[in-house]
Design a protein around this ligand. Structure first.
Ligand SMILES: *[C@@H]1O[C@H](CO)[C@@H](O)[C@H](O)[C@H]1NC(C)=O
Length: 400
């Protein structure tokens, strides 16, 4: 999908390789802690993630500068959760405060990493708290969970040992054993494995430094690009999305009918429901973090473009007409289950708003209030699709 969390997963995974000893398979290698170099590559990652995210915002959209973005974010984010519904109703001054805090956390706090042990830990703690807030207030796939991982590198063993009470004694014993050996004057010479590891770590530092050059230039550039990598292996990437915030939520709703004439005003159009994304207005927003449904996510993008820009939407309509079990498995509710297949499918375009939690609609069980904007794509049947495919010179799947 080319989403930011995918390259971030690649980068975090690559850096994690170097936390482990080169030869040993031991879980907690004695006397072979991760080198400072690999710890710093992870700290450098969290600094870049945050600065990228912060800079693209203040460059991307006025609402980040006049502090109104959070007035929209909860309602218009790709897949809101039940908390988003209530957070959306926070007072205006709280949304201003949230936006300002966001800037502080993304643009100022990352620099704490370079101000000594204590400030580095403050950065780690703030970033983890920030990600936890995002996890609670929306479904942003595993991105926030993944961002916690490099934040952990801001803490050292002494700061984290309280989490592992049983190993604390062991660690102390190990330290005193090493100290005794050193005092006795026969500290062991570094083994060949340790030497190889040092060479590998220095090479890693050089590689990350070299690959970071275009990333830093991009951060400094006034035309910063979002979520991009500059090397084919995606080892060091640039992050940052949501530079501009959509102010209105729109949705594409697939509807089908068993009627033979789609123009017949008496035709009954029934709606397909996706796994998680808003559709039926009475359905509670879902909770899916740390997972996500890729189709739902892509439908969010499709909704503020046209079907000509997202021709796969037409392919999905075709698969629904053809009763394709693979595509039907990607959605939650097929209204024609057990009743045959629809003759026509159409895509309708709606604007969605959260209902007022204390209003009349909410009392009727509605989480959303929607208004039809028009057709997203016109009614299609299998014959029409065949023509559509031919006009585009697309290969003609047997099912049509
Ligand atoms: C549609 O497919 C399902 C299984 O995927 C099957 O049970 C059903 O009978 C099919 N409906 C029609 C009308 O072919």
């Amino acid at each position: 999908m080319g989403a930011g969390w995918e390259s971030q997963l690649l980068e975090t995974g690559f850096l994690a390789i170097f936390l482990c000893p080169l030869w040993s398979l031991a879980q907690v290698p004695e006397r072979c802690p991760p080198s400072l170099i690999s710890i710093w590559t992870l700290r450098w990652l969290i600094v870049r993630i945050m600065l990228g995210a912060g800079l693209i915002k203040i460059r991307g959209d006025r609402c980040w500068r006049d502090l109104t973005c959070m007035d929209y974010h909860y309602e218009t984010q790709p897949v809101p959760n039940p908390m988003s519904y209530y957070m959306h109703r926070s007072p205006w001054w709280f949304h201003r405060f949230e936006t300002l805090s966001n800037h502080f956390i993304e643009l100022i706090v990352p620099f704490f990493t370079f101000l000594g042990r204590r400030m580095c830990m403050v950065n780690g703690a703030v970033q983890i708290l920030f990600q936890a807030t995002l996890i609670v207030s929306g479904n942003l796939s595993f991105l926030n969970w993944l961002t916690i991982v490099p934040s952990l590198a801001c803490f050292d063993d002494a700061a984290l040992s309280f989490l592992f009470p049983s190993s604390e004694g062991g660690a102390k014993q190990l330290v005193s054993k090493i100290q005794r050996e050193e005092a006795a004057g026969h500290a062991p010479l570094p083994s060949r494995g340790m030497l190889v590891r040092r060479v590998v770590n220095v090479a890693l530092a050089v590689l990350i430094g070299y690959l970071s050059v275009p990333v830093v230039l991009n951060l400094l550039s006034s035309r910063q690009v979002m979520n991009t990598s500059f090397d084919p292996l995606r080892i060091v990437n640039t992050y940052g999305a949501f530079g501009s915030i959509t102010k209105e939520r729109t949705e594409v709703v697939f509807q089908g009918t068993l009627s033979t004439d789609p123009q017949d005003p008496a035709a009954v159009w029934e709606e397909y429901q996706f796994m998680c994304k808003p559709g039926d207005v009475t359905r509670r927003p879902c909770l899916i973090s740390p997972y996500h449904y890729r189709l739902d996510w892509l439908m969010w993008f499709a909704a503020f473009q046209t079907y000509e820009q997202n021709e796969w939407v037409i392919q999905i309509a075709g698969r629904l007409l053809a009763n394709d079990s693979t595509v039907l498995s990607l959605i939650q509710h097929n209204p024609f289950q057990g009743r045959g297949t629809p003759r026509w499918i159409r895509g309708e375009h709606f604007r969605y708003r959260f209902s007022d939690p204390w209003g009349r609609s909410a009392a009727q069980g509605k989480w959303w209030i929607r208004k039809r904007l028009g057709a997203y794509f016109p009614p299609l049947d299998l014959a029409g699709l065949r023509k559509y495919f031919q006009s585009r010179g697309w290969p003609h799947p047997d099912i049509y």
